[in-house]
Design a protein around this ligand. Sequence first.
Ligand code: ADP
Ligand code: MG
Length: 248
Amino acid sequence: MIIGIANAKGGVGKTTVAVHLTSWLNEHRWKACLVDSDFQCLSSRWLESANPTIPTYVINSPEQIVIELSNLSGQFDAVVVDAPGGLGEITGAILSQADALLIPTGPSNLDILALDWATSTVHEVQRLRNGLPQTAIIPVQADPRRLTTRNLIAKARGLGFGVTQSVVPYREIYAQAAGLANRPPSLLWQLGTSRRVRQASLELDSLFQEVFPEACEDDPNRIAKLVSRNRKTKQTENNNDQKLAANS
Ligand SMILES: Nc1ncnc2c1ncn2[C@@H]1O[C@H](COP(=O)(O)OP(=O)(O)O)[C@@H](O)[C@H]1O
Ligand SMILES: [Mg+2]
């Protein structure tokens, strides 16, 4: 399966979703790789830092995308493609190959205008490809209690798109996962034990479970267990530190 993550707008969370989705699929024992088609190469560098065992490929010519996505889909259960912002030829090539298209979309009117702009392109590809790619809007940096998010959901449905029930709220911890001055990029569920790490990890987990229920049939609590294992490891480390301090 080829899964494109795209939006005509930049800065909406495509890379954040792509990196975590690829890792999430691997956690659920799907053989998934990441294709980074953005010249900035941010998603491939992020995932290589967070989990070097997951294959990443930088492919950013439209011709190569068409050839390589089809090759890779024969080798992997899932190929997650992080698109650049814009509706250029690279995004067009991804749309021509993807089985599923996720469109992370912010709730402001600027995001909605970008969605409006992309709609005819996506629908035209779907018409030519018998309904593919299957498409869902993911409300990102969103809150269903807020007017702008409700407006986005109504507008997206009006444009003929499915919208995920799960939304990704605006949280500092999502930005921190991309790295800090003294900390390399990592995945949310590698960030330790705090309530906000658990909260955000489970938000992404429920989003991915909603969109790919078949991938997590083996163990729907996998991410929850991962985060609590971090907590236990941290507690053990703290206990050991206390014992060492007491003995010194
Ligand atoms: N849910 C979120 N809450 C807060 N900041 C976020 C969230 N998702 C992404 N970000 C931050 O927003 C910026 C853009 O995200 P990114 O995933 O790179 O978007 P894109 O790939 O669409 O340009 C980055 O600084 C990222 O860390
Ligand atoms: Mg990006």
